[in-house]
Design a protein around this ligand. Structure first.
Ligand SMILES: [Zn+2]
Length: 234
């Protein structure tokens, strides 16, 4: 195994939507040569007035501290998208570069949906790496463009030495029940077509790459069965 390859994957629950039993989560990838790559950062430290549907738990900074990492140890933050439950603590990682799909970053600039946590993701451009479509970030770590939930959403594929290939769908497929081919039109969103295309793309990827573990974005039942920090997948 190359030193630069991915060595560990940690899962963290940092909050929830208690009324819906929905976990808010983020992930940490570590490489053999000591790089720390965070995937999303969870909810803002202080939730906006009236935003009662979310609840903070042990936040990402506390959880990283429990494995001996400070925010300055994070080299890269993979930003799957700028919704408030995914980009809420970005600004805490002052040494990191942020990796986001160009389409998403450019849309966010004028889209009020992401205004709540703008102070978190709107960082100087020299600290943001814009990517276009599927991108291998480093050996064993690939970004998969999955627009639909929002334009330029990205999922993440992680190749681990023992566990094998793990797909983090993030919000492209938030719940296991939605991971079906040609997802039926329910008319609830104008982006149904893009959601269906991204779901099919991930189903194809699971077959092609022989993905052994698919982790859904907000699936409580599955989450309870997974290893969480301090434990990890390797
Ligand atoms: Zn989400």
């Amino acid at each position: 195994m190359s030193q630069t390859a991915v060595k560990r994957l940690y899962l963290m629950q940092v909050g929830s939507m208690p009324d819906y039993q929905i976990p808010i989560v983020c992930y940490l990838v570590q490489t053999g040569d000591g790089k720390n790559i965070l995937i999303d950062t969870g909810l803002p430290e202080r939730l906006p007035e009236g935003e009662s549907e979310f609840e903070n738990g042990r936040d990402v900074i506390e959880q990283l501290a429990s494995i001996g990492l400070s925010p300055n140890d994070i080299d890269t933050v993979i930003s799957t998208h700028y919704d408030g439950d995914h980009a809420g603590r970005h600004a805490a990682f002052t040494k990191a570069h942020y990796v986001v799909q160009r389409v998403h970053h450019e849309d966010a600039a004028s889209n009020p949906r992401y205004a709540v946590v703008r102070s978190q993701w709107d960082q100087p451009m020299e600290r943001i790496r814009l990517v276009d479509g599927d991108t291998e970030l480093l050996p064993g770590l690939e970004l998969i463009e999955t627009s639909g939930h929002v334009p330029g959403h990205q999922s993440v594929l992680v190749r681990l030495p023992n566990t094998g290939t793990v797909l983090l769908t993030i919000d492209a497929v938030a719940f296991r029940k939605s991971f079906v081919r040609d997802l039926a039109e329910d008319g609830s969103t104008p982006d149904t077509e893009a959601i269906r295309a991204s779901t099919n793309k991930l189903l194809d990827l699971v077959e092609r790459e022989k993905v052994g573990l698919v982790i859904f974005g907000h699936e409580q039942e599955q989450w309870e069965s997974l290893k969480k920090l301090l434990e990890y997948y390797e």
